[in-house]
Design a protein around this ligand. Structure first.
Ligand SMILES: C[S@@+](CC[C@H](N)C(=O)[O-])C[C@H]1O[C@@H](n2cnc3c(N)ncnc32)[C@H](O)[C@@H]1O
Length: 260
């Protein structure tokens, strides 16, 4: 699906929805989510594979396939976690430079180990991503995978737009709110069960075991693939492309260009 027309969501609606998400989740985002990611790195990949019944690797593979690189391009991976995206991009095009930014030192320590094992270097910045510590127009490609549900998009997206070079591409992938209500109902029921169950299987902390309801509510209050395309257009990206494949909007793959 390509979105070249007007955005399907207004600034006013976007602002209201973001205020609502903030009122529901600000405490969870600042207090609980960081605790969850202290504990997760040791089983992050396997845990995702178990919780998604094996689909996780396919989603990551599909996401990376959408990303177009060119020799020596500068990539920023926002909320890079264990560097799973940066490492795959380096495998695809080894002469690029990748900078990772994430506030979890623990996730980045694991990510650094994983990259070094394969002989790759990824620069790491440990910081909250609501402000990006880079000059305007720095990166050719910016990626954000599996994290935007935990962020204030009203702040992060303009920052991503600012540090992306004109003509550069922003690639986004996350678990989204399915457009179809029945698919959403099934999906959220499954998540309420699978997230705490996975935490139990991997002997994770109480913070991780308790976050099943948050994961469900975060998706219920998040955006559909179409809404997210509209939001990217509001920020200034054009064209915006969205691919949902067979996943019924449970996962979406967006690419959004900053006009040259
Ligand atoms: C589900 S993980 C995804 C990570 C990564 N894409 C990967 O595959 O490893 C979400 C990441 O977002 C990070 N995160 C969440 N909120 C953040 C914030 N406000 N600032 C920086 N990082 C944040 C977490 O620390 C975590 O590493």
């Amino acid at each position: 699906m390509e979105y070249s027309g007007p955005a399907s969501i207004t600034w006013g609606t976007f602002e209201q929805r973001e205020q609502h998400r903030l009122s529901l989740f600000s405490q969870t985002w600042t207090q609980k989510v960081p605790k969850v990611f202290e504990d997760v790195p040791r089983y992050y990949r396997l845990g995702n594979i178990v919780a998604s019944l094996g689909m996780w690797e396919l989603w990551v593979w599909q996401f990376v396939r959408t990303i177009k690189l060119f020799p020596q391009c500068k990539v920023l991976d926002v909320c890079a976690g264990t560097n799973s995206i940066g490492i795959r991009l380096l495998k695809k095009q080894p002469d690029i430079s990748v900078t990772a930014i994430d506030r979890s030192k623990e996730m980045q320590v694991q990510g650094k180990k994983d990259a070094e094992k394969l002989g790759f270097h990824i620069d790491s910045v440990i910081q909250d991503v609501h402000e990006l510590p880079f000059p305007d127009n720095t990166f050719d490609v910016i990626t954000l995978q599996a994290a935007s549900r935990h962020l204030q998009l009203f702040k992060v997206l303009p920052e991503i737009y600012r540090v992306l070079k004109p003509g550069g591409y922003f690639y986004h992938c996350d678990m989204l709110k399915p457009t179809n209500r029945f698919v959403e109902w099934l999906y959220l029921r499954y998540l309420s069960f699978s997230v705490p169950m996975t935490a139990l299987i991997f002997g994770s902390s109480k913070a991780s075991r308790d976050c099943g309801a948050y994961f469900r509510d975060a998706i219920h209050n998040f955006y559909t693939p179409e809404e997210l395309s509209g939001i990217f257009k509001l920020i200034g990206f054009s064209p915006v492309t969205c691919y949902t494949g067979i996943w019924g909007g449970m996962v979406g793959f967006h690419s959004a260009k900053k006009p040259a």
